[in-house]
Write a protein that binds this ligand. Structure first.
Ligand SMILES: [Fe+2]
Length: 131
């Protein structure tokens, strides 16, 4: 079963951001599947690395949109993005061949919780700017 299911509450009505958010959901689900199907640490690390790159690219796009729209909460929103990328980077750096499987799955759940909370709060605030 997928870790994360899309639902209408996550739609911002901003097509390119919704598209990327859905893509991130797929990426997080792929990570969780790898964590829970006894893939080796190298595969999981690869998957987290991919997710990290996609998140960085997505945040860059979102931040460009915020600058274009002169978003008043840009600085805080960007800090939240940066802090999360740092967190993922640190998790990646801490992983090794001895990392227990449960830690990978816990990271996938942490990413799920973060993205759902982020889309429904910070990103949701972008709807008004785009109108
Ligand atoms: Fe965001």
């Amino acid at each position: 079963m997928a870790l994360l299911e899309w639902n209408d509450a996550y739609d911002l009505g901003i097509r390119h951001l919704d598209f990327e958010h859905r893509d991130l959901f797929e990426c997080i689900n792929a990570l969780y599947e790898q964590c829970t199907t006894r893939c080796g640490p190298d595969d999981v690390e690869d998957c987290i690395g991919k997710l990290q790159m996609r998140l960085a690219a997505h945040f860059a796009l979102e931040e460009q949109n915020m600058r274009d729209l002169k978003c008043p909460t840009y600085v805080v929103h960007k800090q939240v993005h940066d802090a999360f990328l740092d967190e993922i980077g640190e998790a990646l750096a801490d992983f090794s061949a001895d990392t227990p499987e449960a830690d990978f799955a816990a990271l996938a759940r942490r990413v799920r919780d973060w993205i759902v909370e982020h889309i429904t709060t910070y990103d949701r605030a972008l709807i008004d700017l785009d109108a």
